[in-house]
Structure formats: C-alpha cells, structure tokens
Design a binder for this molecule. Structure first.
Ligand code: GLU
Length: 512
C-alpha cells in the first residue's frame, strides 16, 4: 500500500528565512496539499553555536504571512512531538551508538588543537587534509586505538565525536526526482561527524536522517545546497537498515542574481533595491533588512512569484492563487538549472494582485494611510479614490502620492507644466470653462466629460492644451487619473474653487 505523503520543512534557526527558504517551504506545502499528505515543520537547532534568537519566531511568522499552514510542528504538536530537535536530544545517542556497534561509525578523540596541527602539517606539504579512509586508522580513533584504550578514554570522560565510516571507493547511485540519477564515488567524501559528546548533541546529518525516519517522511524537498550530503544520507539509511522506507529526494534549483550568475544574496537586494527576506528582520546586533511584507507586497503576490521561480506550469498562465498552485504543481516541472530572480517581474506580480482587488478592499487599506496624513474620510470615499488610481499603482503605499490631490487642493503648480500649458489664450479659455461648469449641477463624470468636450470642440479650442491647463488647476501638475473623475470626486464647489485659485495665482496673460 502506498504510504501517505509526509513532507517536512526543516529550517535551522540561524537567521531570518531567505526567500529561497520560503520557496522550499512553499514547494513542500504545495506537494503535501496536492497529494493529500501532511506538512510538518521541524526546527533543526542542534548547532547551538549558530543559534540566533528571534529566528524561530521569524520563520513561523513568515510562513503564516504566506498562508502556508502546518499540520504538525512546534506550535501544533502531533504524533511525533517534540518537533524541535534540541528537545529530542536523548533520542539520537542511541542511534549513533548503533552505528558504532555495527561498524558503520567510530569514535574519534582528536582535540581541536590536534586536528589543527594535522591540518597545518598537511598544508605544509601542499596537501589538503580530509578526515577519511586515508587517515582514520592512524588518528586517535576507535579504529586505531586498542579497545582498552578506547574504554579508558570514554570512562575518563575525554571528549569524543562519532564519525561515519565512509566506505572506500564505492559508487553510490542515488535518485533525485528533479535530477534523476546522481552517482558519486565515496572516496571523494569525508567521514562526517554524527554526534558530539561536548554538547551531547547530534549533528545535522544524524538528527535529520533519524527524524525523517521516525517522522515517516516520504519526500525530502530541499535546496540544492544539500545535494552534496545526499550520498551520506543514502549510506546512513543503509547503515540503519532503513533503505526500504527511505524518502524520495528532490533538490530544488538555486535562486540566482538578477541578470548575472551566482546565488542571490542579501547584498544583491541592498544594492539593487529589492528585499530578499519575506519580512523585515532586525538582527540581534541591530542591523535591519527589508522585507516583502513591509515593502507593501501582498502575500498572495509573493507566493505567486516565488512559486514560478524554479517551477513552471507548462502553460502561459502566470497568475495563480494558492489553490491553483496546489492543483497545478508538480516536482517534474521543477527545473534543474538555477532560477534568475527578476525584481521588475516581482513588482509586476504585485500590481496584478492590486488591480484584482476590489475598490472596497483597497479603500480599507488606504483609510489608515489617509488618517496618517490627518484626513478623516469615509470608507466609501477611500474606496472611490482607490478605484481611480489602482491601475497606476504597484503598491498600496503609493496611493497617497498618486491621489493626495483628491483630498487636498494643490497649493503649488509644477513650474514646468505652467510654462508649457498656462500661456497664450488658454488661461482665458479656463476662465470660460469655469463659467460653464458653474452652470452645471450634475457633476458626474458621465455628464461633465461629454459636456466639456463638446464645448471645446464647438469653440475650436485646442483640446490637449485646455485639458492640460484644467488638470494643472485641479491637480497642480500634469499627471493623474481622468480629469472628470477628479471633478466628480471633489465635487462642484471644490472644482470651481480650484479653478479660481489657479486663475488668481497664475494670472491671465494679456492677450496678444
Ligand atoms: N536544517 C537544514 C536547513 O537548514 C535542513 C536541510 C534538509 O531539508 O535536509 O536547511
């Protein structure tokens, strides 16, 4: 019987989650939901030296913001609790010892000083030191020392580590769902530490394999940077006798810098002005990194753009809701090669989501911004304003700049626009226009737009110039949404007042 799909996202709380990490979580989540499986969050915090306070809470908040819901994890609990490895510490020693017993691992007693000395000795001969089959029987290991000596050292409380005894010259054949077959010769690999007596904790490799086994994980979907660890993981499953139930693996392509090659880094974001983290992060030393959330992205847009960084649906469709992603996602369509991040495209995604939101929803987001500018207005007015400008915005945080003139009359007029449009006969046409509008009672766009157009045509005035000057009077500059929609929004009195103010401030040049 096929096993129920169970995947895990297993971050180490060593800092804020990079957008690549969120993508890993997302692909795991999409796969789990599509397969009717479970999505597990496991915190891999066995490396106490790299632990960063606040990182775990950040990870949880980032996943929540993205709408990635967890079935089992540190907050939810579950049948395999606890889900934080530091709280599972007593589980791992038994497994490390099992491998020593079976001859797949051994004790090593070298102190850091001894290792440093050996390393520099190798370097002085122009060689690089690797802890592997060439040296393990000559160093302070249970493979070299007598059983009595090993016992004495253990009883005495000497510090030790347990290392995996990597087989010599064996081809390990592995299968990856994205890369197909991967073959590595073990002679290129070293004897990784699995457990350290100093802190009574396993290393990543041991804890990861033991927990994936105990938590009945069926698919490991993770970043490409873990591909070099795959042979060791295969051999660990074999050494434990768990090969039959070992998970399938899928290593996701790297996220690459916009344009050039190389991994997307935090510095690229700073340099090119885009976030690489989902949420703003303040490091323990006070360094602040911007986040997609704080920059004004909708979580749906962020999820959508991340989903397409490394996966493609095989169609032209670009806009996907989470449910659509769940339906369409497949590991087979994840690419092997790195995915270039395109900040321009990221903004485009947000603009699409913004336009798709109703005026009422956007108005509700705009209201607090208006309040920050000292304006108390109704939800209806805020929605109406949002509707007028949403096609020209990428983020809600641009709304004020795009629409302040709907709420506050201009006090200045852009000098360039003034010298370009407010000249010749045009100002006197504006005086006429003011008189015309003073007679109009229905200020809806549907009414004023044809009325003013017909009037300009009947007088044979230059349409563009009159309109630009009219706009200058209402907005203070030469851009903005449809003029008549502005008139409708601000109403008759305010329209006339603004025309009067412009006429008075800019004056009517004497006709030539
Ligand atoms: N703790 C590892 C990380 O931080 C997990 C790697 C894996 O998924 O096996 O990425």
């Amino acid at each position: 019987m096929a096993r129920k799909v169970r995947v895990r996202f297993a971050p180490s709380p060593t800092g804020p989650l990079h957008m690549g990490g969120v993508r890993t979580a997302l692909y795991n989540y999409l796969f789990a939901r599509q397969q009717g499986g479970d999505f597990i969050l496991r915190i891999e915090d066995t490396d106490s030296q790299r632990f960063v306070p606040g990182a775990e809470a950040y990870i949880l908040e980032a996943l929540k913001w993205c709408g990635i819901t967890i079935d089992e994890g540190i907050e939810q609990g579950g049948p395999h609790a606890p889900y934080r490895q530091s709280e599972r510490r007593e589980i791992y020693l038994k497994y490390a010892l099992q491998l020593v017993e079976s001859g797949d691992a051994y004790y090593a007693f070298d102190t850091p000083e001894e290792l440093a000395a050996i390393r520099s000795e190798f370097e002085s001969r122009g060689e690089t030191f690797a802890y592997n089959y060439t040296v393990r029987t000559r160093l302070a290991t249970s493979l070299a020392l007598s059983p009595e000596e090993v016992k004495t050292r253990l009883d005495r409380g000497d510090q030790w580590v347990i290392r995996f005894k990597m087989p010599e010259n064996e081809e390990v054949r592995m299968h990856d769902l994205i890369r197909d077959e991967v073959v590595v010769n073990t002679s290129t690999l070293d004897d990784k530490v699995l457990y350290k007596s100093a802190d009574a904790l396993p290393t990543y490799h041991l804890a990861n394999i033991v927990d994936d086994h105990l938590m009945e994980i069926t698919h490991v979907i993770r970043g490409e940077e873990w591909l070099p660890s795959l042979p060791l993981h295969y051999l660990l499953y074999r050494a434990f006798g768990w090969s039959d139930t070992q998970p399938e693996f899928a290593h996701l392509p790297l996220l690459l810098k916009p344009g050039g090659g190389g991994k997307l880094s935090k510095r690229d974001g700073d340099k090119m002005g885009f976030p690489v983290f989902p949420l703003k992060w303040t490091s323990p030393t006070g360094e602040v990194s911007r986040g997609y959330r704080e920059d004004g992205y909708f979580p749906e847009a962020f999820v959508n753009l991340l989903a397409l960084l490394g996966w493609n649906p095989g169609t032209e469709q670009e806009i996907f809701s989470m449910d659509e992603l769940i339906a369409a996602f497949s590991l087979e369509r994840v690419s092997k090669s790195g995915a270039h991040f395109n900040p321009e495209k990221a903004r485009w995604f947000n603009a699409q989501y913004l336009k798709a939101r109703s005026d009422e929803e956007l108005g509700a987001l705009f209201l607090p911004i208006l309040r920050e500018h000292g304006l108390e207005t109704t939800p209806e007015k805020a929605a109406q304003a949002a509707g007028l400008i949403k096609d020209r915005a990428t983020f809600v945080n641009e709304f004020w700049d795009l629409s302040h003139f709907l709420f506050v009359a201009p006090t200045e007029y852009a000098p360039k626009a003034v010298s370009k449009f407010w000249k010749g006969d045009i100002p006197s046409h504006i005086v006429e226009l003011r008189a015309l509008l003073a007679e109009v009672n229905d200020f809806s766009q549907a009414h004023t737009e044809p009325l003013v157009h017909d009037w300009i045509l009947s007088r044979e005035y230059p349409m563009g110039k009159v309109m630009n000057s009219f706009r200058l009077a209402l907005v203070g500059e030469s851009s903005g949404p449809n003029l008549y929609s502005i008139c409708e929004f601000i109403g008759k009195e305010e329209t006339l007042r603004r025309l009067d103010r412009a006429i008075e401030t800019l004056g009517i040049p004497a006709s030539e």
